[in-house]
Design a protein. Structure first.
Length: 166
């Protein structure tokens, strides 16, 4: 197999994901993304194209979670490529989290979607995929408030939830 520039950028993107999860810098995607990009370029020598690809991978998590609606009683079936690409251990772990109510159906689908995209393009060793899965579930669980949008009424008088401790 010939190694293309796009393939190499993709492999670096996986390194960026692992780095973001390992250092807890993934939280900076929501409120300090420009500084994060500069830090990745200047201090860690990642290339802009690699960083953009990693940020694009996060977009469905960051911006589309509130738009995805699934029935709680929905049944999940797998496509042929998902069955071939995703390790059974990873699939079983995600379903176990769902069955124990650690994640909901929307989070389950986000996990399958994001991991599926990685596995479709690159054959990752199971331990690397496991590392990204654990970082991704931690990200979803801890930065959920950033991904949920709520409608603000048009009235000048409204109550908005606050996460500040008084």
């Amino acid at each position: 197999m010939a190694v293309t520039k796009e393939y190499l950028i993709g492999k670096k993107m996986i390194e960026i994901l692992q780095f973001l999860f390992a250092t807890d810098r993934d939280g900076l995607l929501y409120n300090n993304q420009d500084n994060l990009v500069r830090e990745l370029i200047n201090e860690y020598n990642f290339q802009e194209a690699e960083i953009k690809q990693a940020l694009a991978w996060f977009e469905p998590i960051m911006y589309e979670k509130s738009n995805l609606q699934l029935a709680a009683s929905s049944i999940r079936s797998f496509s042929n490529w998902e069955e071939e690409c995703l390790p059974k251990k990873i699939i079983n772990q995600i379903f176990e989290w769902e069955n124990t109510h650690a994640i909901d159906v929307v989070e389950r689908e986000i996990l399958f979607d994001r991991l599926g995209e990685l596995c479709l393009d690159w054959q990752l060793p199971q331990d690397e995929l496991q590392e990204i899965l654990e970082g991704l579930i931690y990200h979803i669980q801890n930065y959920k408030q950033h991904t949920l949008e709520f409608d603000v009424p048009k009235s000048p008088f409204y109550w908005a939830p606050s996460s500040y401790i008084h």
